[in-house]
Design a protein around this ligand. Structure first.
Ligand SMILES: NC(=O)c1ccc[n+]([C@@H]2O[C@H](COP(=O)([O-])OP(=O)(O)OC[C@H]3O[C@@H](n4cnc5c(N)ncnc54)[C@H](OP(=O)(O)O)[C@@H]3O)[C@@H](O)[C@H]2O)c1
Length: 258
């Protein structure tokens, strides 16, 4: 009988993992997306479900009912709530669980990073220091910057912010990465940006702005990642596939499946 793998997705790594695992004959893949973007990067293979589970209890119920044999959490490094829920639900249901978390970026020579722990700290770091800011944090935390009236913001997000969300003064650019170095340089010049705010998302798709900032001596307020659960983890798709194959070798089975 096929084993069922639930991938918590929303990232390029999750979509790639779904595509590669679907080629393994003995595994059926279900990908889960939060449904945050209007046109999600939906995996082309396997089943896709969209929307929340209803907290850790709802996810545990989903694991039992499906039933799920293996869980890989390949969500965005800032999606802390779903990762915490996954750790609780997987432990409760005795479902083998792995986190696929890409490496964060590290500052190199020439980078002028101001590292902060949260978006509200990032807003505080800008106050009185910056005049024209490139806000590349997506749309969910824009309200944190809405009170900074002395600053003009270039905001980039995949989708527009929810109606009635306060957003800072400036221009909203709707775009999805990857972004090229030439285009990022051009944006910084065209809008006379003096500071960038970024999440430390890691990965190549949105790294060009960090390189452009380094070249141009522009400071980057870098929001550090939230803590993640203390569970087994790998940094890339190949590592996740090796883990899955290992689970088969161990003959592990979902304790909730009876
Ligand atoms: N989620 C993404 O795809 C994604 C992608 C890029 C960046 N981010 C960044 O991560 C931060 C938090 O985002 P977030 O609100 O999406 O995450 P979150 O705070 O971890 O999750 C909030 C709730 O959304 C639902 N959820 C999240 N991911 C899910 C998935 N893969 N499948 C089913 N339900 C899911 C869960 O609802 P229930 O409790 O009801 O199950 C979860 O409790 C933001 O800064 C955002 O920019 C997220």
């Amino acid at each position: 009988m096929k084993k069922r793998l639930l991938i918590l997705g929303g990232t390029g790594d999750a979509a790639e993992l779904a595509a590669r695992v679907s080629q393994i004959a003995d595994v059926e893949v279900i990908s889960s997306l939060a449904g945050r973007t209007q046109q999600p990067l939906t995996p082309k293979t396997g089943t896709v479900r969209i929307g929340g589970f209803g907290g850790a209890a709802g996810l545990a119920e989903f694991l039992r009912r499906s039933p799920i044999d293996f869980l890989i959490d390949a969500t965005h490094p800032f999606a802390a709530q779903i990762s915490a829920n996954a750790a609780v639900a997987a432990a409760e249901c005795h479902v083998p669980h792995l986190m696929l978390v890409r490496q964060g970026w590290e500052a190199v020579e020439g980078d002028r990073w101001i590292e902060v722990a949260s978006h509200s700290e990032a807003a505080m770091a800008l106050s009185g220091q910056s005049g024209r800011v490139f806000l590349t944090i997506g749309r969910q935390e824009l309200a944190e910057f809405a009170g900074l009236d002395a600053i003009w913001f270039l905001m980039r997000a995949i989708d527009p912010p929810a109606l009635n969300t306060p957003i800072p003064k400036g221009k909203l650019l709707l775009a999805r990465g990857p972004f090229s170095l030439a285009d990022e340089r051009q944006l910084l010049l065209e809008y006379r940006i003096d500071t960038i705010v970024s999440k430390n998302s890691g990965g190549a798709a949105t790294y060009a702005k960090i390189v452009a900032a380094r070249e141009m001596g522009i400071p980057v307020v870098m929001v550090q990642r939230p803590p993640i659960p203390n569970v087994e983890r790998v940094a890339d798709v190949a590592g996740a596939i090796s883990w899955l194959i290992e689970q088969f070798g161990n003959g592990l089975c979902n304790g909730c499946n009876g």
